[in-house]
Design a protein around this ligand. Structure first.
Ligand code: PGA
Length: 250
């Protein structure tokens, strides 16, 4: 049985103080109730260390939203995996569609980051997903497969990998993929991973769905056989909504 994983991607929201308040509210609920799924939150870089201090006791995983693929050096504006680990991160989200679309990330750069993060001992959430145009042209399978295959070139051990399927047309738009649409792509990803890494590794791999997950649709998505939790944007900025989604994951 795969343990579901729900992660809040806070994107470019919240100051340090606001992040600490939100993290404290979530930690109090997760820590007190004891939830079954794995829970993570991904604040902005400046807030990571302070958030780490208030969630450490609760078992919530601290996640970063990006990293660079070198350890240190002349890379103005970048943050390395070494720094993230030292700030308390155990996960990093890589290849988010906003990074791909707005900041020019390609499968090749995402692959460099995936390898670096795994080598540093971080767990990776690798995001994949098609645009509306790609879905309408019927190339969803090809796009997602290429993102998985090329994102994982030279990665031999996927025990610390999570894949997040996030159709770009569903992110922040209020349009969620139907549970059937999501399941279809999740199954395709798992089949590809089976081909690449074998049945056992593929059975263990958790595949999250992301894209307008809300308290009202989380349970039906998470009930699908290949959907192992969610990567939550907008709804993760409210502690009650986020907790309702966490609870929907069982
Ligand atoms: P959303 O974002 O939940 O606001 O659609 C999801 C994501 O980008 O990870």
């Amino acid at each position: 049985m795969r343990r579901k994983i729900v992660v809040g991607n806070w994107k470019m929201n919240n100051t340090i103080a606001e992040s600490v308040d939100l993290a404290t509210a979530i930690a109090e609920k997760v820590g007190a109730d004891g939830v079954q799924c794995e829970v993570g939150i991904a604040p902005t870089f400046p807030a990571l260390y302070e958030v780490c201090k208030v969630i450490e006791w609760s078992g919530i995983r601290l996640c970063a939203q990006n990293c660079h693929y070198e350890s240190d050096g002349p890379f103005t504006g970048e943050v390395s995996t070494r720094m993230l680990a030292a700030a308390g991160c155990s996960y990093v989200i890589l290849g988010h569609s906003e990074r791909r679309q707005l900041f020019g990330e390609t499968n090749a750069t995402v692959n460099l980051k995936v390898k670096k993060a795994l080598a540093e001992g971080l767990s990776v959430i690798l995001c994949v997903g098609e645009t509306l145009d790609e879905r309408e042209r019927g190339v969803t399978g090809q796009i997602v497969t290429a993102q998985v295959v090329e994102g994982l070139i030279d990665v031999t051990d996927i025990s610390k990998l999570v894949i997040a399927y996030e159709p770009v047309w569903a992110i922040g738009t209020g349009k969620t993929a139907t549970k059937e649409q999501a399941q279809e792509v999740h199954a395709l990803i798992r089949a590809k991973v089976t081909e690449l890494y074998g049945q056992k590794a593929a059975d263990h791999l958790r595949i999250q769905y992301g894209g307008s997950v809300k308290p009202s649709n989380a349970a039906e998505l998470f009930a699908m056989p290949d959907i192992d939790g969610g990567l939550i944007g907008g709804a993760s900025l409210n502690a009650d909504d986020f907790m309702a989604i966490v609870e929907a994951a069982g």
